[in-house]
Every structure is written in structure tokens, then in C-alpha cells.
Design a protein around this ligand. Structure first.
Ligand code: SF4
Length: 184
């Protein structure tokens, strides 16, 4: 069978677009990250994604935060709690699945209500910090594609963690290249 991608291709890794230096944050800013731009880019093909843009929210847009109320976790407007973009953020994974299924790993922006991976603050309805958790896009992604190596950019700063992530990415890349299965 013809391999879907050649063995010597670089692994494809999806990255939050703001980490690539694109001005897509709610306030029109970017968050270029040296480990992504100078380390990961050398050994991987980087593919940008932004769940909030994918969800149809523009730039600039009202900032949102994670709020847990009556055991419901939602992304609500920081300045306007009537604004609820939870369904849009969770749903953006489905639009991106065709791209994500071709990726060997994902690097998302820490502390974001969409992208954070365990680092995003969760508040109660009165604005008190309850805990930290993953953003709604990151949670949905982990449910749809639990086998996909997933990390946030702040974790890449630790050399051992970065090495481990890249090992997982290379293993998955080999698997995708060989078309050995569609789920591992
Ligand atoms: S949704 Fe994610 S990729 Fe888009 S600006 Fe926010 S942190 Fe960056």
C-alpha cells in the first residue's frame, strides 16, 4: 500500500496561531514563542489553528473566561457574563478534525479559555478562582482524539518534557506515514 506520507517527511504539528506570531488574540496581539518558532519549527511542519477564529469570533473580540456554575463549565464574557461562547468553542474541534487527524501532535497556548492544557483559571459566578483546568477546545480535542500528543507551549520550556513530547510526535508520525491504522 502507498504510504500516506513519506517516512522522511517532517511530522506535522498543529500549533495555536498566536504562538506562531499571528495577531489573532482577542485584542489583536500575538504571542510568538521561541521554543515553537526556533526549536519545533526545525524538526516539524507547523500548521496554525485558532479555535476562536474557527468558531466565527473575529479580531478584536470580547475576552472570555472559564466559569463554573452549578457544575457547568462555560466560557463566558469577562466583561459581559451574558456572552456564552461555550458551544462555539467546543464545536470548533469538529471543523478542524480533518486537519488534526493528519497531525502527529498539537501545541496549544497556555492559560487560554480555549487552548489552555490544564493551566486555565476557572472562576465561580462571583469571580473567585476555583481551580485550573483545560480550555474548552483542548478538552473537546482530548475527547475526540485522545491518542494525539497534546501539550501547551509553557511545558516545552522544560527540556525533558520537550524531548518526551517530540518522541511521542515521532512515533505517531511513523504510524501516520505507514497508514498502519486510523486510531493509534
Ligand atoms: S484561541 Fe488559542 S490560538 Fe486563538 S488566540 Fe486564543 S490562545 Fe491563541
Amino acid at each position: 500500500m502507498m504510504p500516506r506520507r513519506m517516512q522522511n517527511d517532517k511530522p506535522r504539528v498543529a500549533v495555536s496561531r498566536c504562538l506562531l506570531g499571528e495577531p489573532v488574540r482577542y485584542d489583536g496581539a500575538a504571542k510568538p514563542h521561541p521554543q515553537v518558532l526556533h526549536v519545533l519549527a526545525r524538526c516539524c511542519e507547523l500548521v496554525g489553528l485558532c479555535p476562536e477564529l474557527e468558531a466565527g469570533l473575529g479580531v478584536p473580540r470580547p475576552p472570555v473566561q472559564l466559569v463554573e456554575d452549578s457544575q457547568r463549565l462555560r466560557a463566558l464574557g469577562r466583561d459581559d457574563p451574558e456572552l456564552d461562547v461555550s458551544a462555539a468553542l467546543r464545536g470548533s474541534v469538529e471543523h478542524l478534525l480533518p486537519v488534526l487527524r493528519q497531525c502527529a501532535g498539537v501545541v496549544l497556548k497556555s492559560r487560554s479559555p480555549s487552548c489552555g492544557v490544564t493551566s486555565t483559571p476557572v472562576f465561580d459566578a462571583a469571580g473567585r478562582l476555583l481551580r485550573h483546568d483545560s480550555g474548552l477546545f483542548a478538552q473537546a480535542l482530548a475527547r475526540y482524539l485522545p491518542e494525539l500528543p497534546l501539550i501547551e507551549e509553557s511545558a516545552l520550556e522544560d527540556a525533558a518534557t520537550r524531548r518526551h513530547f517530540l518522541q511521542q510526535v515521532r512515533r505517531r508520525h511513523v504510524c501516520l506515514s505507514a497508514s498502519c491504522c486510523t486510531t493509534c
